[in-house]
Design a protein around this ligand. Structure first.
Ligand code: AMP
Length: 192
């Protein structure tokens, strides 16, 4: 199984976020899951990669060449794919993966997550999306998405596109229990 992880590049965040990233990485290695991520060496990205590598797991980075050239890449990766643009990179994240997991992050993580949700809404991406809500970090996003549905900017059915969990141990069960999603999602894209 291949899982793509979106997460923070910032290293200035609370220790609890690092602990959650580390725990998730351990769970992935134990379950022989291959991790795909942004290829960064700092913040939660760095901790995720360090921990997977430390335990002998598989992790692949996908990064635009310009980021590599300014030394934003993790130095220990054995598998690092280059793209020309950020857009191309985001598209590659979604190819051949079995699920997406978003950890806390900044605008980069939010953008990646919301693009994946949008593509799922249109039936272009159909895999489970799990949001790791460490310290209730994602409560405002959960409320925003709920508001989108309550005010009919989105359909009730869209609430099944993602799963919020509080702890790393809940990520794999949430993926297994996620609601089946098909390309027909495009037909309930709007509330009529
Ligand atoms: P953010 O959640 O804003 O930290 O952004 C995470 C996403 O942006 C990932 O896709 C990263 O590859 C990219 N990114 C932004 N800033 C950096 C950085 N200083 N080092 C590595 N990646 C970064």
């Amino acid at each position: 199984m291949k899982i793509c992880v979106y997460c923070a590049s910032s290293a200035k965040i609370d220790k609890s976020y690092f602990n959650a990233a580390e725990k998730l990485a351990e769970i992935f290695v134990k379950n022989r899951i291959e991790v795909i991520y942004g290829g960064g060496g700092t913040g939660l990205m760095g901790r995720l990669a360090d921990t997977v590598l430390k335990h002998g797991g598989k992790i692949k980075g996908i990064m635009p060449r310009f980021m590599y050239e300014v030394e934003l890449a993790h130095k220990g990766l054995t598998d690092l794919e280059f793209t020309e643009t950020m857009h191309e990179r985001k598209a590659r994240f979604l190819e051949d993966v079995d699920a997406l997991v978003a950890l806390p992050g900044g605008s980069g993580t939010l953008e990646e997550l919301l693009e994946a949700i949008t593509l799922k809404r249109l039936g272009c991406f159909t895999k489970p999306i799990v949001i790791l809500n460490t310290n209730d970090f994602y409560a405002p996003l959960r409320d925003m998405l709920k508001k989108c549905v309550e005010e009919n900017f989105m359909n009730q059915k869209h609430l099944k596109m993602w799963e919020f969990v509080n702890f790393p141990e809940e990520v794999l069960p949430a993926i297994s229990n996620s609601v089946m999603w098909g390309e027909d999602a495009i037909f309930f894209a709007a509330n009529k």
